[in-house]
Design a protein around this ligand. Structure first.
Ligand SMILES: [Zn+2]
Length: 189
């Protein structure tokens, strides 16, 4: 049951190009336990042994097997009411994260689903598991944030919900990038 949820969302992210062969990670929280994808696994073809269950706060023998972003996932669960997290590398959103300090959706769906999406980590060294507290605090205000030049973190009650915010942000960023390439700019409201 849990595996099916991970597989469905992992395949969707991979098929849409929102993660590459071994990037991105997914997790769900149940009480004091977190189930997260394995370090360096491919989200497009998840199997039972790719799901690692460990403590929300406490380390155990499974902890070293977990995704390198475990620290960020744990911080988000501690700070928010999220039950699921999707971390992806949506290419158009990553491109905009290198030029903008916040991303404002331009398409109708993006505007209704997402608010202003902050870009975190400007002028900071971004490494796996870094910025955990900054990302977690920002996700108290919005459902998805971008890390400068890296990727997105989205929250939801289900993985599917967090995936929807990720796909919606990428679609919106693709439109913005197309507008910029046409040099017409983003229409002012
Ligand atoms: Zn990443």
């Amino acid at each position: 049951m849990i595996l099916t949820q991970f597989q469905t969302v992992g395949q969707e992210l991979f098929t849409k190009g929102l993660v590459s062969s071994h990037s991105g990670n997914l997790s769900i929280r149940m009480g004091e336990r977190v189930t997260i994808t394995r370090r360096n696994c491919g989200l497009g073809c998840l199997e039972e042994h790719d799901l690692i269950e460990t403590g929300l706060s406490k380390n155990d023998r499974n902890t070293p097997l977990a995704s390198t972003e475990l620290a960020v996932h744990r911080a988000i669960y501690r700070e928010t009411s999220a039950s699921a997290i999707v971390h992806a590398h949506p290419p158009h959103a990553v491109a905009l994260s290198l030029t903008d300090t916040e991303i404002i959706p331009t398409d109708t769906e993006g505007m209704s689903l997402l608010c202003k999406v902050p870009v975190l980590g400007w002028n900071m060294e971004v490494k796996s598991g870094g910025l955990a507290d900054i990302i977690a605090r920002a996700l108290k205000q919005c459902r998805i944030v971008m890390v400068h030049g890296h990727g997105s973190f989205a929250i939801g009650q289900l993985l599917e919900e967090a995936h929807n915010y990720t796909a919606s942000l990428e679609e919106s960023c693709q439109v913005t990038c197309l507008l910029k390439s046409l040099q017409v700019g983003v229409p002012k409201k």
